[in-house]
Each structure stands twice: as C-alpha cells, then as structure tokens.
Design a protein around this ligand. Structure first.
Ligand code: HEC
Length: 110
C-alpha cells in the first residue's frame, strides 16, 4: 500500500514539474513618499508587503486599532513612531483611497 502511495506521489510531482509555471507578473505596491514612511516601512513590512496596507480604506480610528492589533501580533512600534505611522497611513490610505491596483495574473498558454 505504501508503495502505491509513493508511486502516485512521484507521478504527481513528475506531472507538476513538467507543467509550465504560471506567470503572475507580480507587482507589489511601494509606499508613497511622506512623513512617517520610514517608520511605517520599518514596522509594517517585516511580515507582509505594502499591498496589505495600500488596499485598505480606513479612518484614523480604524488605523489606530489596526496598528495596535499588529503590535499585539508582534510588530515593534515605539510610542513616538506609532503616532507617525497612524498619521501616515490615515493620510495615504484613508476612506477615499483609490491608489490600490490589484495583482494582475496571466493565464498559462498551452
Ligand atoms: C509580526 C508580523 C506582522 C507585523 C510586523 C505587521 N503585521 Fe499586519 N498582519 C500580520 C498578519 C499575520 C496579518 C494577516 C495576514 C493575512 O490575513 O493574510 C496581517 C494583516 C494586516 C492587515 C489586514 C487586516 C487584518 O487585520 O488582518 C493590515 C491592515 C495590517 N496587517 C497592517 C499592519 C500595519 C499597519 C503594520 C505596522 C504597524 C503591520 N501590519 C505589521 C502580521 C504582521
């Protein structure tokens, strides 16, 4: 039985290796220039890309709560940087944020 599973797994990986890889054309968002950019990059881009920030449309109150949640999850933010980060995010990614362009993917051509 084990041999059958092993052979099936081998077959699957052989097929997967032969198939062409998708070309996602990944383009990550970069943070716009401005006061607080440096602190935001240092504190917020350790675990995820700037896309996670750029796709939000949050009020200052909501950004405060998001930053505090990330601090509970392990983001290292000093009191001084916290205010700068919240101000930066509220300014660039507030409720009227239209800057985010979703990732474009390409289909595989056979
Ligand atoms: C210790 C790792 C870590 C750091 C540092 C971090 N985040 Fe996150 N963040 C996460 C994880 C994990 C998720 C959930 C990812 C997912 O759902 O795919 C997340 C998700 C988010 C989301 C999406 C909404 C949500 O609540 O899930 C926002 C907004 C966000 N982070 C903002 C920030 C900001 C602002 C900072 C900087 C102050 C930051 N993050 C720093 C780990 C981190």
């Amino acid at each position: 039985m084990k041999r059958v599973i092993f052979a099936a797994a081998l077959g699957f990986f052989a097929l997967a290796a032969a198939a062409p890889l998708p070309q996602p054309g990944t383009q990550f968002h970069s943070l716009p220039a401005g006061t607080g950019k440096q602190q935001t990059e240092a504190a917020c881009l350790r675990c995820h890309s700037a896309d996670m920030l750029a796709q939000q449309r949050l009020t200052e109150k909501q950004w405060t709560s998001a930053v505090e949640k990330m601090m509970r999850w392990g983001a290292v933010v000093t009191d001084k940087d916290k205010a700068a980060i919240i101000a930066y995010l509220s300014k660039h990614y507030g409720p009227d944020n239209k800057s985010f362009v979703p990732l474009k993917t390409k289909t595989i051509k056979k």
